[in-house]
Design a protein around this ligand. Structure first.
Ligand SMILES: Cc1ncc(COP(=O)(O)O)c(C=O)c1O
Length: 341
């Protein structure tokens, strides 16, 4: 996995434990579907999940610019913000996190990711939901403030989801292509199903699938959006792919038809769980001894099962579920999951 991925692959810094392993789920037999799972929840511990793969490229750019500080933003329990803060500390930089919460005057308790953000010494700025609309300007303001003190800030966008970050999942797709070589074929297609939250993971997977014509090998890609809707993510993923095309002329030429999303599974809203979603997390833990998170992977996995219930052939002959991490989110509000125990 050390050889260059592509002649235009940008520089990266090694942060993730990869390749990650994959295995079949016993739970699949319970629900009558073949489900294989790719353990990107095991890319690290402090740095677990999908964000680390994107950060390998983003932090390489920050290092090349000799950044002293990394600034990013997210929801109050953002996995991305936590991963960025730890990646910064591992590389000798400081971190500034702009986090969205209901009442910035009364910041949330230090649970889950927030506990880790504080432990690693990230500078936290709490903002309201209405101020969140202005996050691009707020990130720039923090950068300006740091520059005025002689520091060199580097801004990582929400979710690490831009063209540079998407290389993390172009690279992951090479692993997946090897993983699925004996599982997928044109006669027995397999769909990689992933949780879509800001579009960067999806953009990398879709770009790679198109670039390497993976449909010819029976490999397809489908996101389950955990917020917003299909139209929002076709646009968001399309824009990241277009940015990548402009920057590196990959020749993938992703169009809206290449972006498959299973919409309709947001449920009560972003980071809000229905009992049946929590029950799925519980059942999978008991069947296979692994943990999904309530905000992303649990919701996406539950959505995938709902799609299969409607149409058992929706994903071909097997699903390759991408476990993108998020474990610490489970410890944000333990009483939520405790409802189904
Ligand atoms: C655990 C987890 N899974 C999936 C996602 C979604 O990935 P993306 O933001 O690249 O769409 C995120 C972050 O948003 C996440 O933290």
């Amino acid at each position: 996995m050390s050889e260059p991925l592509h002649e235009r692959e940008p520089a990266r810094v090694l942060l993730a434990n990869q390749p990650t392993r994959g295995h079949w789920l016993r739970y699949g037999a319970q629900v009558g579907t073949r489900i294989w799972i790719k353990r990107d929840d095991q890319t690290g511990s402090e740095l677990m999940g999908n964000k680390v793969r994107k950060l390998e490229y983003l932090m390489a750019e920050a290092l090349a610019q000799q950044a002293t500080h990394v600034i990013t933003c997210g929801g109050e329990q953002s996995n991305h913000a936590r991963a960025t803060a730890f990646a910064a500390a591992q590389l000798g930089m400081k971190s500034v996190l702009i986090l969205r919460t209901d009442d910035p005057a009364r910041p949330p308790a230090p649970t889950g990711n927030i506990l880790l953000d504080r432990l690693v010494g990230a500078e936290l700025h709490w903002i309201s939901r209405s101020a969140w609309r202005d996050r691009t300007r707020l990130l720039a303001e923090q950068a300006e403030r740091l520059r005025a003190t002689g520091a060199r800030p580097y801004i990582v966008p929400e979710g690490g989801s831009n063209a540079l970050g998407s290389w993390g999942y172009i690279r992951a797709m090479r692993e997946l292509t090897e993983d699925l070589a004996t599982i997928a074929s044109p006669e027995h297609p397999v769909t990689i199903v992933y949780a879509c939250g800001s579009g960067g993971t999806g953009a990398g997977l879709v770009l790679a699938a198109k670039l390497w014509k993976l449909h010819e090998r029976g490999i397809r890609v489908c996101g389950v959006n955990v917020c917003d809707d299909r139209a929002y993510f076709v646009d968001a993923i399309g824009k990241i792919c277009a940015e990548a095309e402009e920057r590196w002329q990959l020749g993938a030429n992703v169009t809206a038809e290449d972006i498959d999303l299973a919409d309709g599974h947001v449920g009560l809203g972003y980071a809000k769980s229905r009992p049946e979603e929590l029950a799925t997390i519980r059942d999978l833990a008991r069947a296979d001894g692994l943990v999904l998170d309530p905000v992303y992977t649990g919701k996406a996995f539950h959505g995938m099962l709902a799609e299969l219930h409607k149409d058992p052939h929706r994903f071909g002959s097997a699903v390759a579920f991408l476990h993108t991490g998020g474990l610490f989110g489970l410890f944000a509000n333990p009483e939520t999951i405790a409802q189904v125990l």
